[in-house]
Design a protein around this ligand. Structure first.
Ligand code: BG6
Length: 276
């Protein structure tokens, strides 16, 4: 069931599944800001210092990164999808999808015609997120994208992530130096900002007694990000110790940009399943 609501003053929708699972999505950016599985607790982090103003990205939840990841291109950081107004396109029991298409505003930044759909599905202990992009223009285009999922954690020092051992990565915190994961389980002791390429899901996040299985399809890369104390101190939209309560695990296509011919579509998905 879908009902209108607001989130810190921004127009949003509340999605409630028959089994009690719920999600809140802000229409600006089709920005998922809350996921509470049936019988569970909140899994997404949102910074209370986010601006919550039209045209400014929310710090937390699941920002949609499209058509450019970070600064890899000439667009604003992480592209424009996260600050555009999306509309509800379809509704089903436990599901909702949102629509965005190219406009004068997007063409001023990126000269391509596209349509994008973002689907959110809430069922029991599971959250499904899927981004579809279609080329509605007459020329090929390439893009990078991510579902920039900010997970809420009890304490960044207490978590571990399994599933990345042996994986190659690009270290964004160290001038994009190449690296390879040597730890059996990833733990976070300082700033981390890495694009793991060609990941083999699922990943498994353990946070004390909570466990989350994280899968992705379509997206070949996975970005792991936590700003650590020094970088957080320079971020106006984070509390000084906010980095301790968040852990970004982003399904992404960065090292492998997607290319679409006219009429062609691409889809990438991330799914989260609470397993304890
Ligand atoms: C991550 C990037 O995906 O997003 C980081 O890897 C970046 O480098 C972070 O700092 C947050 O970006 P923004 O634009 O939301 O501050």
């Amino acid at each position: 069931m879908l009902s209108p609501t607001s989130f810190h003053g921004l127009p949003a929708v509340l999605l409630r599944a028959a089994d009690g699972g719920r999600a809140t999505i802000v229409l600006q950016g089709a920005h998922l800001v809350s996921w509470i599985p049936a019988g569970g607790a909140e899994w997404l982090y949102v910074s209370p210092r986010s601006p919550f103003r039209p045209g400014e990205p929310i710090r937390g939840g699941v920002p949609l990164v499209f058509p450019q990841f970070a600064t890899y291109g000439t667009l604003p950081q992480h592209g424009f999808a996260r600050t555009q107004g999306w509309r509800v396109a379809a509704e089903s029991p436990g599901g909702v999808s949102f629509h965005l298409e190219s406009s004068a505003a997007t063409r001023a930044l990126w000269p391509h015609d596209f349509t994008a759909e973002f689907a959110v599905d809430v069922r029991g202990d599971h959250l499904g997120l899927a981004l579809q992009v279609r080329n509605s223009g007459a020329r090929d285009f390439a893009f990078t994208a991510a579902l920039h999922t900010y997970l809420s954690v009890s304490d960044i020092a207490a978590i571990r992530l399994d599933g990345l051992a042996g994986g190659a990565y690009v270290d964004r915190a160290n001038n994009d130096a190449p690296g390879r994961e040597t730890a059996a389980s990833l733990t976070v002791t300082q700033e981390i900002d890495r694009v793991y390429t060609d990941v083999a899901p699922p990943l498994r996040l353990t946070d004390k007694s909570r466990v989350l299985e994280i899968s992705q399809t379509g997206f070949r890369d996975c970005v792991i990000w936590n700003p650590g104390p020094q970088r957080t101190a320079r971020m106006a939209d984070m509390e000084p110790d906010g980095y301790r309560r968040m852990f970004a695990v982003e399904a992404a296509t960065v090292a492998h940009p997607a290319t679409l011919a006219p009429g062609a579509a691409w889809e990438g998905a991330q799914s989260l399943r609470q397993s304890a």
